[in-house]
Design a protein around this ligand. Structure first.
Ligand code: SPV
Ligand code: MN
Length: 626
C-alpha cells in the first residue's frame, strides 16, 4: 500500500496514530491500514499495555452489551449465539497456495478462492463500530520463546479475553521493532442480532501460513475468535517445525514430590478429558493448562506456558472436585463467564456446580426456563456443556512461581491422556522417548466431547491431542517429536494416563481424585524412586507403591482387587487399538515415518507373546518387576 501513512493519519485520532507509529514496524502498519480499508470502522483504538487501556476495553465490552456485569466485582458474563458454541472445525481451513500439499488430513481451501471469500465477508464488517488494535506476547515477555502478536477485532469481548489470557505485547513490539516474525489476526463478529453474530452460515476461520495471518469472521466463540489461542497454535506449529522446537496442546504442572522436590510435567489431552483438572491437582502448582512451547536449552528440554490465563470448561467445576477454581469463580477477581445460566440476581449457574440450578433465567438461548426446547425440539440445558470461564492464573492460589520465567521450566515428564473406557490402564510409562512418542502420543484416541461441534461419544484418533491444530503433514510432526530428544542425555520420561476406564456395567473404575496418585507415581519414576512392572507396552506401578500413595495423599485404602481390575493388561483390546491406529497411518498419512510401523510391529509381537504366555487378560501380579 503506498499511502499507508496518510490513511492511518486520516482514520486515527492523533493519540492513536502516535501510539501506532511509536512502533517502528512498517509491515504491522500495512496490516492495520489494510484492515481499516477493508472493514471500514467508525473509529480505531490502539491499545497499549497500560491498565487504563485494558480498563477501556473491559468497559467497552459492557457498554456494547457483549458482557453483562454480574453481582460479584470483576465478574461478567458473555453469551455466544445458539449455533456458535464451539470451535468450527469444518470452516477452519488453511489457505493453500496452488502446488502445495498439507496431506489429506488437514482442512484447506485454495488460497485465492479462500482469501477472496473471507475478505468479502470482512468487507465493511466494522462500519459504525470501533476497531480495536491490540498487542500481545505469546510466551513470557523478553524470552527466547516469545512471539509478538497483533490482534485486530471489533469484539471487545474477544479483546478483553485476550488481556486475561496473554501477556501484554505493545512494549515487546516496541523492542523488537521491524525485526523478527510476528503473528497477525483479524476478526469481525459480522452482522449482529441480539448481541450475537447473525450470519453463522458465513462463519469462516481461514489461516494463511505463508503470511502468519489468520482471518476470522461471523463468529464470537472464543475458540474461533481469540486469535492467540488455537489459531496461533497452528501458526506456531509450522514455525516450530521450521526452527526445530515444538508447539504443543499441553498443560504444564509442577508436581510436588518428597522433600519439597518439584518436577515439571507437560501433558496433552483432547478437549474436555481432564486436562485443566490435571493442571490444577490439589497440593501441586500450575504453570499452564492449554498450550506449551518447548525448546532445548543447555542440554535440557524446557517449556513455557504460552498463556497466562485459563479459558476453561466450567461444567462440573464444583467446590469438592476443583476447590481452587471454584473459589476464584465465586470470589472477587476478574472472570468472564460464557454461556452459563444467569439468574435474576445476576448470579452465574452451571451444570455440575454442586448445587441445584434455578428453573429460569437467561442463557445462550435468551430467556430460559426448565424444559425449554430449541427449534429442533431438543431440550436446552441451563448452561451449555461447553460453557467456559476465563480467568488470570496469577489470581489462583496454586500458581507456580516460575509461571513467567523467561527460561521456562525443565520438563521431567510428558503425559498423554485420552478418554478411553475399555483398553488402557490408568497410568503407564513408555520404555523410552521414541516408543513414548509413537505408542503413547501418536496412538492417542479419545471419545469426542462437547468442545467441538458434532456428535459426542465417538472414539476418534487424535495424535498428541494436537490433530485439530496441525499445520504440517502428520508424519513430519511425528518425526519432529522423535527428533526433538536428539542430543539430550536424559530426555523426559513419557507416560500415558486414562481416567475414564469403566467396568462392564459402564461404571467408572476410578474416582476423580485418583489422578493425583497416577501423577505422583510418575513423579517418583522421573526421580528414580520406585520400581515398576514390565508389560508389553511399558511400565506400570507396583501395587504397594500405589497403596502407599493412596493412603498418604487421598487417605484411601487401595485394594489389590482394585489394582488388578484397573491394571489388567487387556491384550485383545490393545491389539485392536493398534490395528485401528495403524490403519489410519497406512491409509491416511502418506508421510508416516517407517519407524512408526516398525514400532507397531514390535509392540504387537510383544503383546502376542505375552498373551500366549499369560492369556488375554493379564494380571499385573503375573508380570516381572524391573
Ligand atoms: C479446547 O477446546 O481445546 C480449548 C478451548 O482449549 S478452545 O479455545 O475452544 O480451543
Ligand atoms: Mn485446548
Amino acid at each position: 500500500m503506498n499511502n499507508v501513512n496518510e490513511l492511518l493519519k486520516e482514520k486515527l485520532t492523533t493519540e492513536n496514530y502516535n501510539r501506532l507509529t511509536a512502533l517502528d514496524n512498517p509491515k504491522m502498519h500495512d496490516f492495520v491500514a489494510d484492515a481499516i480499508e477493508l472493514a471500514g470502522p467508525a473509529s480505531v483504538f490502539v491499545c497499549t499495555d497500560s491498565e487504563e487501556d485494558r480498563a477501556y476495553i473491559r468497559e467497552l465490552a459492557i457498554k456494547n452489551g457483549e458482557e453483562i456485569p454480574l453481582n460479584t466485582p470483576g465478574h461478567t458474563c458473555h453469551f455466544d449465539g445458539y449455533r456458535d458454541q464451539a470451535r468450527d472445525k469444518a470452516q477452519t481451513k488453511y489457505l493453500l497456495p496452488s502446488g502445495s500439499d498439507l496431506g489429506a488430513s488437514l482442512n484447506s481451501i485454495e488460497k485465492k478462492v479462500g482469501v477472496e471469500e473471507v475478505r468479502s465477508f470482512l468487507k465493511d464488517s466494522m462500519v459504525g463500530r470501533e476497531m480495536l488494535v491490540c498487542f500481545f506476547c505469546l510466551g513470557p515477555i523478553d524470552s527466547d520463546f516469545s512471539i509478538p502478536c497483533i490482534q485486530i477485532t471489533d469484539s471487545p469481548y474477544a479483546a478483553h479475553s485476550e488481556t486475561i489470557l496473554y501477556r501484554p505485547g505493545y512494549e515487546q513490539f516496541r523492542k523488537t521493532g521491524s525485526s523478527g516474525d510476528f503473528f497477525r489476526f483479524i476478526h469481525s463478529e459480522g452482522v449482529m442480532e441480539n448481541k450475537v453474530s447473525k450470519d453463522i452460515d458465513k462463519r469462516r476461520i481461514y489461516i494463511d501460513l505463508e503470511e502468519n495471518l489468520v482471518y476470522s469472521v461471523n463468529t464470537q466463540y472464543g475458540g474461533n475468535t481469540i486469535g492467540l489461542k488455537k489459531l496461533a497454535l497452528r501458526l506456531a506449529i509450522q514455525k516450530a517445525s521450521a526452527e526445530g522446537w515444538l508447539a504443543e496442546h499441553m498443560f504444564i504442572l509442577g508436581a510436588h514430590g518428597p522433600g519439597g522436590r518439584v518436577t515439571y510435567f507437560a501433558g496433552a489431552f483432547p478437549s474436555a478429558c481432564g486436562k485443566t483438572s490435571t493442571s490444577m491437582l490439589p497440593g501441586q502448582t500450575i504453570v499452564g493448562d492449554d498450550i506449551a512451547y518447548f525448546r532445548k536449552k543447555d542440554g535440557q528440554i524446557r517449556c513455557v506456558n504460552v498463556e497466562k490465563g485459563i479459558f476453561g470448561i466450567i461444567r462440573d467445576v464444583n467446590s469438592k472436585d476443583d476447590p481452587i477454581i471454584y473459589d476464584a469463580l465465586t470470589g472477587p477477581c476478574e472472570v468472564i463467564f460464557s454461556n452459563v445460566l444467569i439468574d435474576g440476581a445476576k448470579k452465574p449457574h452451571w451444570l455440575g456446580m454442586g448445587a441445584e440450578l434455578p428453573t429460569e433465567g437467561t442463557n445462550h438461548s435468551g430467556k430460559w426456563h426448565k424444559g425449554k426446547t430449541d427449534s429442533n425440539g431438543n431440550e436446552i440445558t441451563p448452561s451449555h456443556k461447553n460453557a467456559r470461564y476465563c480467568l488470570n492464573i496469577p489470581d489462583l492460589s496454586n500458581r507456580d512461581p516460575l509461571l513467567d520465567d523467561p527460561n521456562g521450566v525443565p520438563v521431567g515428564g510428558v503425559i498423554y491422556g485420552g478418554r478411553d473406557s475399555d483398553t488402557l490402564v490408568p497410568v503407564e510409562q513408555a520404555f523410552n522417548w521414541a516408543e513414548g512418542i509413537i505408542i503413547k502420543g501418536a496412538c492417542l484416541e479419545s471419545e469426542t466431547t462437547a468442545a467441538t461441534l458434532g456428535k459426542e461419544g465417538v472414539r476418534t484418533f487424535n495424535l498428541m491431542s494436537n490433530l485439530d491444530f496441525l499445520s504440517i503433514p502428520l508424519g513430519r510432526y511425528i518425526q519432529n517429536n522423535l527428533d526433538f530428544a536428539n542430543g539430550i542425555e536424559n530426555p523426559p520420561l513419557i507416560f500415558l494416563v486414562n481416567y475414564f476406564l469403566k467396568d462392564k456395567d459402564g461404571k467408572y473404575l476410578n474416582g476423580m481424585a485418583d489422578k493425583l496418585v497416577w501423577i505422583l507415581w510418575a513423579e517418583l519414576r522421573v526421580n528414580g524412586d520406585v520400581e515398576a512392572i514390565e508389560t508389553p507396552t511399558g511400565l506400570i506401578p507396583k501395587y504397594e507403591d500405589l497403596e502407599k500413595l493412596f493412603k498418604e495423599h487421598l487417605d484411601a485404602q487401595y485394594t489389590q482387587a482394585d489394582y488388578v481390575e484397573q491394571f489388567a493388561i487387556r491384550i485383545p483390546k490393545n491389539l485392536a487399538k493398534l490395528d485401528r491406529v495403524e490403519k489410519i497411518y497406512k491409509e491416511k498419512v502418506s508421510d508416516t515415518p517407517q519407524i512408526v510401523f516398525d514400532t507397531f510391529a514390535e509392540v504387537r509381537k510383544r503383546m502376542k507373546a505375552a498373551g500366549g504366555k499369560h492369556g488375554d487378560y493379564i494380571s499385573p501380579f503375573d508380570l516381572e518387576t524391573i
